[in-house]
Design a protein around this ligand. Structure first.
Ligand SMILES: *Cc1c(COP(=O)(O)O)cnc(C)c1O
Length: 393
């Protein structure tokens, strides 16, 4: 059976076309050779490049590159972890070390300590907020300085300009996982960061219906990561690129609203008698409040401090678990950044490998609950949380 191909479209559609194809046809064998040899522009194979995926990557580059001197490029991946693993494999070699904050995303910690360690890459974990500790850990074999704009679940803010200074002094690339902030809160390239990675699964998608990742930065560096992505194969699919591109269209609106709701939620809950502690950089008592004000964007509702709030009910582990169970509007689930408010009890989920001593060292209470604020009515969200707290044992 032969299914004929459609003619190329002359007109430009306003919606993003989904080029759901693994391969691209050439008029002549010479065209095929010229495209592969970079003598002619064109697409050959979707693991290498696909127009829908390129459109998504370019949109992220435009967003993250806003206010940055010089060109910015981006490359898209099938998940945040595909992006992170590919960046680390691009920059590291046997005998190198990576300097990263102790409060590191679990998946990144896994790639470094379980996978890259077998290839002779050493991981040096430091207090990311202690600049002299960071500086002391960096040496001639450091291949990457890693940071996270907002750390989970303490919501510690990375001092990006200061870390960029350390990276520049030592000639080491600074890579920042900015998933928790999203480009609608902070654009790390503006602060001297070399590469930004996102789990696009979170705020960029915004609808909890797709996984994806993206790497953004100077074109020379992104080009090296792209080369590794083509070899390693963690490329984004065209359908998922369509959903992520659509997510970008409403990202600033969604995040603006989620941040405003998160601030109101954090303020209301910090006054509740059953709450021991609320970690949210929008609260003046948070250790990084001033830094967040300096680094993060503001809009009509004031500075955007992100939309993840960590609530610690008094009563330790059982109180944290019971708080989650008593919520009716918020869902118990992993992930964040979507329009549904979701909660997870840190000590039994994201930080389950930590015993109580390790939790204490990391500044995490055994009762801490991470709340990713969604797009529900904020009054309803607060009423739900107050009801859950009022009924705790
Ligand atoms: C979710 C997440 C990742 C991993 O992204 P996936 O899309 O799940 O692979 C990496 N970093 C942070 C901070 C995350 O929250």
């Amino acid at each position: 059976m032969h299914l004929p191909l459609p003619e190329p479209l002359e007109q430009r559609p306003l919606g993003l076309p989904v080029h759901r194809t693994s391969t691209f046809a050439f008029a002549t064998a010479q065209d095929y050779a010229d495209v592969l040899g970079f003598r002619k522009p064109g697409y050959s194979y979707s693991r290498i490049e696909n127009p829908t995926v390129v459109a998504f990557a370019r949109a992220v580059a435009a967003l993250e590159g806003h206010g940055v001197d010089g060109p910015v490029a981006a490359d898209a991946f099938a998940s945040g972890m595909a992006a992170i693993a590919t960046v680390l494999l691009t920059l590291c070699r046997a005998g190198a070390n990576v300097v990263a904050p102790r409060a590191l995303y679990g998946g990144t910690y896994g790639v470094l300590t379980a996978d890259l360690a077998r290839f002779g890459v050493e991981t040096r974990l430091v207090d990311g907020g202690d600049l002299s500790a960071v500086r002391a850990a960096v040496d001639a074999d450091t291949a990457v300085l890693w940071a996270e704009t907002l750390a989970n679940p303490t919501m510690a803010v990375a001092d990006l300009p200061a870390l960029a200074g350390v990276a520049r002094e030592s000639g080491v690339p600074l890579v920042v996982d900015s998933t928790f902030a999203s480009p609608a809160v902070c654009r790390p390239l503006e602060h001297g960061v070399d590469l930004v990675v996102h789990s696009a699964t979170k705020y960029i998608s915004g609808h909890s219906d797709v996984t994806g990742g993206v790497v953004v930065g100077r074109p020379e560096l992104v080009e090296r990561v792209r080369g590794a992505r083509i070899n390693l194969g963690g490329s984004l699919s065209p359908d998922d690129a369509f959903l992520l591109h659509r997510g970008l269209a409403t990202l600033p609106l969604r995040v603006e609203r989620q941040c405003a709701s998160a601030l109101a939620y954090a303020q209301a809950l910090s006054r509740h008698p059953r709450v021991a502690r609320v970690d949210y950089p929008g609260l003046p008592g948070h250790r990084d409040h001033d830094l967040a004000r300096r680094l993060f964007d503001s809009g009509p509702a004031g500075t955007r401090y992100g939309a993840v709030v960590t609530v610690t009910p008094a009563g330790g582990r059982p109180a944290g678990l019971q708080f989650c169970d008593r919520l009716r509007l918020a869902t118990i689930a992993t992930s964040l950044g979507g329009h549904h408010t979701v909660v997870s009890h840190a000590a039994s989920t994201t930080h389950r490998q930590f015993d109580d001593a390790a939790l204490a060292a990391a500044g995490i209470d055994p009762g801490a609950v991470r709340v990713s604020i969604g797009l529900e009515d904020v009054g309803d969200l607060i009423a739900d949380a107050v009801h859950a707290l009022d009924g705790l044992d």
